[in-house]
Design a protein around this ligand. Structure first.
Ligand SMILES: Nc1ncnc2c1ncn2[C@@H]1O[C@H](COP(=O)(O)OP(=O)(O)O)[C@@H](O)[C@H]1O
Ligand SMILES: O=C(CO)[C@H](O)[C@H](O)COP(=O)(O)O
Length: 559
């Protein structure tokens, strides 16, 4: 039998990439990236120019289809593989990235009459403008003693489905009315490939992002009624649809999409998945004790467990949410690479840019090299990593960043180093929250763009967490994981696999080189972490709500 292949498509925040994978050993034969033509829409709507409010982050659904029709044919062509040997395709996506669709499954923003209404567009995971709704969801759920709250670390996030749906209802009731269903973008893209009129939802986003439970389903209608009487039946109406497990075949590729994607019609399409969750088998983790960090613009922390535990501020624990047979735990930091990008774009003096250019390197690399010359603690700086709020463990998007310890001698590379360290302290908070609450963390696994881009960052993470870090050998780990799920959807009988564990065992690899904690650094970072924790609690747990007061003053000033 000839070699068989699957394709994984990873939808990130700014681009989508396709990877064509050899199913015998996981070799990534070809990959291709399509930057989203409209990128993140956070200032004004395309065409109409309608201005967006603060904290909004939208996307254009056509950009997702462009990834399928540009990157998929590109990998098939570059690999020289016969499309007849490509047996399955899986996708993974940022989440909760959601959109309203009509009865035909078309995004409302495709309708020219609705395109000038911001609420008709895709809300990206980092759309944070539903915080008022999230606060009320939490208040009401707590008052009613809803048993789902502990599964989400005590708080439902404004990034998630219910808060976003409610924001649409509150601010654009006409759009809410015209919505047939609210979908995760990952499920919508799958439906576009399978042409299925009955759209299936994947258990991962349903569980982590829409408060769905394998045994209990969604929260009760009474709960939704208590939020807002207009939401009473939302789970039977606009959130309806069969919820199926990861690895399930959602359907088969349609003739028309196959033509556009350069594939054969009828191949298996797996149900959608989330980027971070797909990365777990992608890095070869199928057992507890190993925390996987998907490190890019943000970090998602993924961990398997055998018992349901309550962990402060975790994003969620979902049965079978990552690997069937285990409880999947998720936590996260909503900005990491994004913070470094902010500094490079907004904070670096012209002489650094000029020096980097002259040396033929990019500004990140220049800053990393110069920051590496410092010992832990030597900058005298300490930062709070809340440039995009705090996802875990405080679950509060209204917190902001802070750098302490500036002097007239402070250098840009010192600030950069303090930002790298701040994100490592944020990860340490998460590791401690799991480990101290009975969900063991023995080793760290890293994947995503950052481990390949910044060695200093990775060493700091090993030192701050005092744990060895193994790095994925794959450059596109979520896409590799998605391809594995595509192979599972196809099944062993067709040259794929019958379970994700089988697929991961054959196809995943980590690099030989690992990052090991350096004992003398660990000691200094322990001291700095204690200081970080004090600042974290002071500004983040209500002792001094100055960050929120500043926001309120800003809002007043803007209106
Ligand atoms: N050398 C570097 N060091 C640290 N961060 C970097 C470096 N180069 C790029 N970045 C950051 O990496 C992030 C992109 O990560 P990547 O994993 O490629 O994307 P995504 O999260 O969208 O999948 C950006 O936020 C960017 O600022
Ligand atoms: O919350 C998520 C997963 O649960 C998002 O998908 C994630 O934070 C976006 O990640 P990135 O842009 O770094 O790929």
């Amino acid at each position: 039998m000839s070699k068989k292949y699957a394709i994984g498509v990873d939808y990130g925040t700014e681009s989508g990439r396709a990877v064509l994978v050899d199913l015998s050993d996981g070799t990534e034969v070809a990959d291709h990236v399509t930057p989203y033509p409209h990128n993140v829409i956070d200032e004004k709507l395309p065409n109409s120019g309608v201005k967006l409010e603060y904290d909004w982050a939208l996307q254009h659904p056509q950009d997702y289809l462009d990834v399928l029709t540009r990157s998929v044919p590109a990998v098939v062509q570059a690999s020289g593989v016969d499309p007849a040997d490509i047996i399955g395709l899986g996708i993974d996506f940022t989440a909760c990235t959601m959109l309203p669709v009509d009865a035909q499954g078309q995004p409302l923003c495709f309708n020219p009459e609705l395109a000038n209404q911001p609420h008709s567009w895709v809300k990206l995971w980092k759309h944070h403008a539903a915080q008022d709704e999230a606060n009320l969801i939490n208040e009401i759920a707590e008052r009613r003693g809803e048993d789902f709250l502990p599964r989400y670390g005590g708080k439902i996030s404004s990034e998630w489905m219910i808060a976003k749906v409610w924001q649409i209802l509150n601010e654009a009731p006409d759009i809410y009315e015209q919505t047939d269903r609210f979908l995760e973008a990952t499920d919508w893209v799958v439906s576009q490939m399978t042409g299925a009129s009955d759209i299936v939802r994947n258990s991962c986003t349903a569980g982590y992002k829409a408060i769905w439970h394998k045994k209990k389903g969604f929260p009760s209608n009474e709960f939704f009624k208590a939020l807002d009487p207009r939401l009473e039946n939302v789970t039977q109406t606009k959130l309806r649809g069969e919820v199926v497990a990861l690895g399930t075949k959602a359907g088969e590729l349609t003739e028309s999409m196959a033509k556009l994607m350069g594939l054969q019609p009828g191949i298996a399409i797996a149900v959608g998945n989330v980027d971070a969750h797909a990365a777990v088998p992608g890095v070869g983790v199928v057992t507890p004790g190993k925390l996987v960090m998907a490190m890019g613009t943000s970090i998602c922390h993924m961990l398997l467990g055998t018992e349901e535990r309550e962990v402060e501020g975790m994003c969620g624990v979902v049965e079978d949410g990552i690997i069937p047979g285990y409880l999947g735990y998720e936590a996260g930091q909503s900005a990491v690479g994004d913070i470094f990008a902010w500094y490079v774009e907004q904070g670096v003096p012209a002489y650094v840019q000029a020096a980097a250019e002259q040396e033929g390197t990019n500004v990140h690399e220049w800053l990393e090299r110069h920051a590496s010359a410092y010992k832990p603690g030597e900058t005298g700086l300490l930062a709070l990593d809340w440039w995009n709020g705090n996802r875990s463990v405080l679950v509060d998007t209204e917190l902001n960043g802070l750098i302490l310890g500036y002097s007239l001698l402070t250098k840009p590379e010192e600030v950069y180093r303090s930002l790298l360290e701040a994100t490592a302290f944020g990860t340490r908070k998460i590791v401690d929250a799991f480990h101290n609450n009975g969900v063991e963390v023995q080793e760290l696994y890293a994947c995503g763009g950052l481990p390949q881009k910044n060695r200093l960052l990775m060493q700091i993470y090993a030192d701050v967490t005092n744990r060895e870090i193994k790095v994925a050998d794959s450059k596109q780990t979520p896409a590799l994981g998605a391809a594995m799920f595509g192979a599972v959807a196809a099944g062993a009988a067709n040259g794929g696999y019958d379970s994700i564990v089988d697929a991961a065992q054959k196809m995943a690899r980590v690099r030989k080189d690992t990052f090991k904690p350096i004992p003398e650094n660990v000691v200094v970072y322990e001291k700095l972490y204690q200081e970080y924790s004090k600042l974290h609690d002071y500004f983040g747990r209500g002792e001094n709500d100055v960050m929120k007061r500043l926001r309120a003053i800003r809002e007043e000033a803007r209106h």
